[in-house]
Write a protein that binds this ligand. Structure first.
Ligand code: UD1
Length: 393
């Protein structure tokens, strides 16, 4: 397995590592006297997109790395496709924890990760985002006295009914390095008593991946391959609050059908909501196209070609901001307010969705339309530098 593709050409050019050397194996020279292993813990789809540029930048600096895949996401379309497309190194191990209740899944994660960390004795563990794999890895590492770096620290929805908010808050308390994508997150960390020296505003590695792959997002190809019309609204829905309860899922489907009265709706369906959304008749409207989950390249190409996006995802709010595509987020809050103040995002209730979609389809655009600071494609190298600096100190 070669060095991942996610980083920057100039970054790799200064690399002391042979471009074909395995990411997980020892490199010829320790980095400035530091030779320990950095362990990345990845579990769910959004983790993979964030990790690719960080792994690439650390590889370019000669760091010894391992990738532990927890197996939280396991379907080929939810996991393997991303490793292939993003040039991520083959995981050194897959713990295969799979799905379950929060307690069952988190318990399996804790047991598997503890065994793995004891065996590997990492110099530092790197965790991403806010999924159950993130908090589990941070908790295990902290109890073993292994330092933790949290990529995408400090985001807050202030909505503790979201499992992700619980995961974020606890992970940040356990992290020695809080690597921050957005300026307001620094303030959230300070307000929760995280020492200011732990927080580093580094930008957004998910946007590194986006910008590094721009020439692969061919909207014409994705239209042809998936039979998409010229004008469509791309929808994605998977939050427990929107899809787990059949009555809410039905109300959501009614609103999506209202959007489909205005324009074709294309919806790649996350496995979580599939049964409830289909039982509520999602595909019963002639202008709703239900697809299986798409890989990264096809998905972002579909976003790029959309007239508007309707979502409850976190990362898609960021991707639409950078691509300049209007985004209607069906949630009462967002942990990413910068996508509203700077970007193309707007929060809507189910009742507001159809009128808001109508306005967007009639040409209304948000006043903002700026890319947030440091979402410039260089977050991965900044993160690598902060981590290596910390380890040297
Ligand atoms: C998880 C994250 C969420 C993130 C999302 C991205 C947590 C608490 N939630 O939600 O923050 O936005 O990933 O996709 O970590 N399933 C499959 N195949 C898979 C994975 C899941 O069929 O490969 C189905 C199973 O029925 C499973 C359900 O999806 O029970 C939920 O999976 P889980 O990993 O618990 O959470 P997500 O909803 O995917």
């Amino acid at each position: 397995m070669g060095v991942p593709r996610g980083g920057h050409a100039d970054d790799r050019a200064e690399s002391p590592v042979d471009a074909e050397s395995p990411v997980g194996k020892a490199v010829s020279e320790p980095v400035d006297g530091f030779a320990g292993e950095l362990v990345h813990v990845l579990g769910a789809r959004p983790n993979f997109v964030k990790a690719a540029p960080v792994i690439a930048a650390l590889a370019a600096r000669g760091a010894r790395q391992a990738v532990v895949h927890t197996g939280q996401h396991y379907d080929r379309r939810m996991s393997e496709v991303f490793f292939d497309e993003l040039g991520l190194p083959e995981p050194d191990v897959n713990l295969g924890v799979g799905s379950g209740s929060h307690a069952a899944q988190t318990a399996a994660l804790l047991v598997g990760l503890e065994e793995e960390f004891i065996r590997r004795s990492p110099a530092l563990v790197i965790v991403y985002g806010d999924v159950n794999s993130t908090i589990a890895a941070a908790l295990v590492a902290a109890k073993l006295g292994v330092p933790v770096a949290h990529v995408e620290a400090g985001l807050r929805s202030f909505d503790m009914t979201m499992p992700e908010e619980v995961n974020r808050r606890l992970t940040d308390q356990l992290s020695d390095l809080c690597l921050v994508t957005s300026p307001e997150a620094v303030g959230h960390l300070a307000a929760e008593g995280v020492p200011v020296g732990r927080a580093h505003l580094v930008g957004n590695p998910m946007i590194d991946t986006l910008l590094g792959n721009l020439d692969r997002f061919d909207t014409g190809r994705v239209r042809a391959e998936h039979g998409l019309p010229d004008r469509y609204v791309l929808a994605t829905m998977h939050r427990p609050a929107n899809v787990d309860d059949p009555a809410t899922a039905s109300a959501l489907v009614r609103s999506l059908h209202g959007v489909a009265d205005l324009a074709e709706v294309v919806i790649p369906v996350h496995p979580r909501g599939r049964a409830n959304l289909l039982a509520a008749g999602l595909d019963g409207h002639p202008r709703v196209r239900v697809l299986d989950p798409l890989g990264y390249v096809d998905f972002v190409a579909a976003v790029r070609g959309a007239a508007a996006v309707v979502t409850d995802s976190g990362g898609i709010q960021e991707e639409t901001t950078v691509l300049g595509v209007p985004c209607l987020t069906v949630r009462p809050n967002t942990e990413r307010p910068i996508t509203i103040t700077h970007g193309t995002n707007r929060l809507v209730s189910l009742e507001e969705l159809v009128p808001a979609a109508r306005k967007v389809l009639e040409g209304e655009r948000p006043a903002a339309g700026r890319v947030p600071p440091l979402w410039d494609g260089h977050a991965g190298p900044r993160i690598a530098d902060v981590i290596l600096e910390y380890l040297r100190a």
